[in-house]
Structure formats: C-alpha cells, structure tokens
Design a protein around this ligand. Structure first.
Ligand code: SF4
Length: 253
C-alpha cells in the first residue's frame, strides 16, 4: 500500500496524441535487476524508525542482510489496457476481455482512453528470511527486515510508476489517479483482473484463493490514462479508515 500522488503530466508540444493506444504501450514492459537497495539507502529513514537509534541500527543491519544474502528478486511489469467504448454506469470500464469498476478514474473532463496496470514484487527471499529469523527468536531483526521490505516495495512502486508515466508522456497521454485493489476506490475482488491486465504471469505473481498476492511482498497499481485529463483532486487515502494508523501517511506528512 502506498500513499497516492496527485499529478497529471502536460502533453509534450511535439506529440500528437490519438485515442488509439500504441502497440508499445499495450505490450508494456517487464523490469528486472533493479538496485532498490540503493534507492532505500538514499531515502529518508522512516519516522517510526528514526526516533530510536536501536531501530536505525537494526534497519541498517537488515538492509545489509538483503544485499549480502541476495534476498531481493525485484521485478515488475506493466501494460496499458485500452478502454473499449465509453465508461459505463457506476464507473464500469470495459477492456479487452475484462472489466473493472473504478468510478474514481472517470474524469470530469478530457477523455479516458485506458488504464495503466502494473504489478511489482520483491520475490519471496525476504519473506522466507523474516520467517527464519522469527524461528531463531530474533524478532527485532525480523521486524526490521519486514519494514525494510516495505520500503523496498514502495521504492519499486515508484520506479514502475515513473516508467509508466514516461512511456505515456512519450505518446502524448496523461496519467491521473492511482488505485490499488483493496484500498478505497477499487474493490479487493478486482485484484485478479488487475493482475491479468498487467500481465503478472510474466513475473510469476499470482493470487491465492484468499486474494493474497504470491509472493506476499507484491503490489498492484491501476492508473487512469487519457487525453487532456484534469488535475487529480482526490487520493484513495482521503477516505481510508486506516489513514490515522498508516505508516506511509505518517511518512508523507
Ligand atoms: S492511507 Fe489507506 S489507502 Fe492510503 S496508503 Fe495508507 S492504507 Fe493505503
């Protein structure tokens, strides 16, 4: 889960956008071999960790463990799902062979032409190491490693969103809105559709029968794509019941 940005890029002057999604965007991209540790090392220490020296040191040890033991198998993929027709009643969006109910993505002006769908995962190495540390009764380090995994997943989310944004802009398309299945604005039961639209099989991410992602340290993203979309006036965090407890919201403050 990540706190949502509220941005709409400008269309570059040299680009002539059309409603038809270019083949390159429909094919999307797979990202691998990403040095996320560098991103996290360069990032601000989370507020909840920074207030105690012991937690800062545990985070440092956990990050070194990720690097030294090769626990990270970060990979991500995205695709642009082209919208068929216009958004329907109650925000239903039709794509090739799939439909999503995402009324928040329907813009007040401009034209929605598709949805950029992404899936990102850290693999299962960190998760297994966390379980092993708990088994060895090294709970503090296990918790620190789990926290570092969340930071790494956030960094990976940013990387894939940056890639999507750059690709859309190259084709004169705007990106607005960010939804994640299970957060306000997109039902958890939409998760399988999002994974299918993103082509999650390309990076071996799937869903369990209880709609948990496998590997667990994974996330999915849906963003509206279109022409002349207005500046986004909402965030999925606005009405979230977990807002007061959410570590990501506290860090963003
Ligand atoms: S506030 Fe809610 S929607 Fe926003 S990142 Fe936290 S849990 Fe997700």
């Amino acid at each position: 889960m990540t706190a949502a940005p509220r941005s709409t890029p400008l269309v570059p002057a040299h680009v002539f956008p059309s409603r038809e999604a270019p083949a390159a965007l429909r094919a999307g991209q797979v990202l691998r071999d990403i040095d996320l540790c560098r991103d996290v090392e360069a990032a601000r220490v989370p507020t909840a960790v920074a207030r105690r020296d012991k937690l800062v040191e545990l985070r440092r040890v956990a990050l070194a463990m990720v690097r030294d033991e090769g626990l990270l198998d970060a990979r991500a993929c995205w695709r642009l799902a082209a919208l068929r027709g216009e958004p329907g009643e109650a925000g239903w969006l039709e794509f090739d062979g799939a439909r999503l109910q995402a009324p928040w993505l329907v813009p007040s002006s401009g034209q929605l032409t598709g949805a950029a769908c992404a899936v990102a995962t850290l693999g299962d190495g960190i998760e297994q190491r966390v379980a092993a540390l708990f088994g060895e009764r090294r709970a503090s380090l296990a918790v620190a490693l789990d926290g570092v995994a969340n930071e790494l997943l956030w960094a990976l989310s940013r990387r894939v969103q940056d890639r999507m944004l750059a690709a859309m802009r190259r084709h004169g398309l705007c990106v607005a809105g960010e939804l994640r299945a299970g957060d306000p604005g997109l039902a958890l039961k939409a998760q399988q559709v999002v994974l299918d639209l993103a082509g999650a099989h390309r990076i071996d991410v799937s869903l369990t029968t209880t709609l948990m992602m496998n590997p667990t340290k994974s996330t999915s993203i849906v963003q509206g794509v279109g022409l002349n979309l207005p500046v986004q006036a909402w965030s999925r965090c606005d009405s979230c019941r977990s807002r007061d407890r959410c570590a990501l919201m506290k860090d963003a403050a």
